[in-house]
Design a protein around this ligand. Structure first.
Ligand code: FAD
Length: 449
């Protein structure tokens, strides 16, 4: 049995996946965590935000069924939703700690810092100790970034951590940043009765996403009363007794009780002692190859800290790829297969190429669409908004990518992920029989059965 000693720094999804795989492959594993196991994803990211969003979604469903049940005066019990969120997080934290125990992964609490290429110093509640290793995985994640004029030390400015723990639903909210995190909170609070304004610097919401999908989402938001300002930045933010006065670059002003800043995140590298380990940093992130190896071959970096993709499932896959490589059982990281999901209503999900990325690669793209307005299942659920878009190569019919905006997009996308991973053509996907009536039959619907 291989008994390589592996140290993993950070117990978020990247570190968790690396530690578990290394233990399963017979390594002696130590995982070091300075806060709670589960990282950002479990404690202040994916799980708590999706729990709150599920509350908003249920409220929306109850309201949309009001005509069937003789009216609805439903509103959210924010305290109960928060309680449920805390319960869910605690449950998964405990089960993760148990799993570490079952796999004989040693969990050390404290702040890790490299002191050489084969040793870290951990300073924690039980004092300081040096831990030596043969190989290490850095999975320290990222931290929110505040551009001027915002000052992160002002407690009244909300970031993605603080907003999750609000004790009251604000009456009005300006969300600075129209990326995934900002839009999910915008959607949630609007449903809970908050007057929401979104400010985005780029010409479209969800920068980088298919333009037609972003446009559709913006129209859906605006139809519901969420104000959206694109191609604008915040030039000043002044706090008074009744809230914030926000001035935008084109001169408009917005007033809101609270301001939420979600403009992106930066790799957590501070005080890691990377220079003592011989690990290079490029443009604020740890540079890695396709196997997640850093400039020091025995040290890997996975998840947000390498900046390849700020997504939990990408971090987890990278953790597994890194350990596979160090234990001689590896395949490289397939970035193109990582699905990207947004849990707003309508939901948004995409995988593989977009039309803009395919055109940069000089691929000749065939675009096929199905609109949920043509789906009996979607209309029965009052969710006829959105479409499925499938991109294939004109030359050989091979799937290139897909975008979905609409009901259960974050689940439906995986059908197309599987087909894409299998290298299928449109004709092969057409052979699959989809049950009727389902939302998934929109896939053959798009391909023209
Ligand atoms: P993290 O999860 O950040 O974990 C890093 C860990 O390292 C932390 O626990 C930290 O305490 C620890 N650490 C850092 N430095 C040290 C040190 N020196 N010593 C010891 N420990 C250290 N992604 C999705 O895929 N789906 C979603 O729905 C989703 N929703 C999100 C919602 C919000 C509000 C936010 C903010 C993010 C969301 N994300 C989502 C992104 C996702 O949470 C991150 O991409 C993911 O957590 C990154 O995993 P990681 O392992 O790289 O780092």
């Amino acid at each position: 049995m291989n008994s390589k000693s592996v140290v993993v720094i950070g117990a978020g999804p990247g570190g968790e996946a690396a530690a578990k795989r290394a233990a399963e492959l017979g390594a002696q594993v130590t995982i070091i965590e300075r806060a709670e196991v589960g990282g950002l994803c479990l404690n202040a990211g994916c799980i708590p935000s999706k729990m709150l969003l599920e509350g908003g979604r249920l409220l929306r469903q109850v309201r949309s069924a009001a005509y069937l049940v003789g009216g609805s005066t439903a509103s959210i019990h924010w305290d109960m939703l928060q309680e449920k969120k805390r319960g869910l997080v605690t449950h998964f934290r405990k089960s993760l700690e148990q799993r570490f125990g079952q796999l004989k992964i040693r969990l050390v609490r404290g702040d890790a810092r490299f002191v050489s290429p084969h040793s870290v110093r951990v300073t924690g509640p039980e004092g300081a100790q040096n831990i030596d290793f043969e190989t290490a995985v850095i999975a320290t994640g990222s931290a929110p970034f505040f551009p001027p004029p915002f000052d992160p030390s002002v407690q009244d400015i909300l970031d993605s951590d603080r907003v999750l723990n609000l004790t009251q639903v604000p009456k009005s909210l300006v969300v600075v940043g129209g990326g995934a995190v900002g839009l999910e909170f915008a959607c949630l609070f609007h449903e809970l009765g908050t007057a929401v304004t979104v400010v985005e610097k780029m010409p479209q919401l969800l920068p980088g996403e298919e333009a037609s999908v972003s446009r559709f989402l913006q129209q859906s938001f605006e139809k519901r009363g969420i104000k959206v300002h694109t191609e604008q930045t915040v030039t000043s933010a002044e706090k008074s007794s009744d809230g914030w006065r926000i001035t935008l670059s084109k001169g408009e002003e917005c007033f809101a009780e609270r301001v939420l800043v979600c403009v992106g995140r930066r790799a957590s590298l501070n005080d890691l002692g990377l220079e003592l380990a011989g690990v290079s940093v490029e443009r604020g992130r740890i540079a890695v190859n396709d196997f997640m190896q850093t400039s020091r071959a025995s040290i890997y970096a996975v998840g947000d800290v390498n900046g390849l993709s700020l997504l939990a499932h990408a971090a987890a896959v990278q953790g597994s790829v890194a350990v596979g490589h160090m234990m001689g059982k590896g395949t490289s990281y397939a970035h193109a297969r990582v699905p990207r999901c947004l849990y707003t209503w309508p939901e948004v999900a995409s995988v593989g190429e977009w039309t803009h990325s395919a055109s940069i690669k000089d691929l000749e793209v065939k675009t096929q669409r199905f609109f949920f307005q043509g789906s009996a299942k979607a209309l029965a659920a009052e969710e006829g908004e959105g479409f499925i878009q499938i991109l294939s190569n004109k030359k050989d019919g091979r799937l290139l990518g897909a975008q979905i905006i609409g009901p259960h997009a974050t689940e439906l996308i995986h059908i197309l992920s599987v087909a894409l991973a299998a290298g299928q053509t449109v004709d092969q996907l057409r052979q699959v029989i989809f049950a009727h009536p389902t939302l998934s039959e929109g896939i053959p619907g798009a391909l023209g059965r």
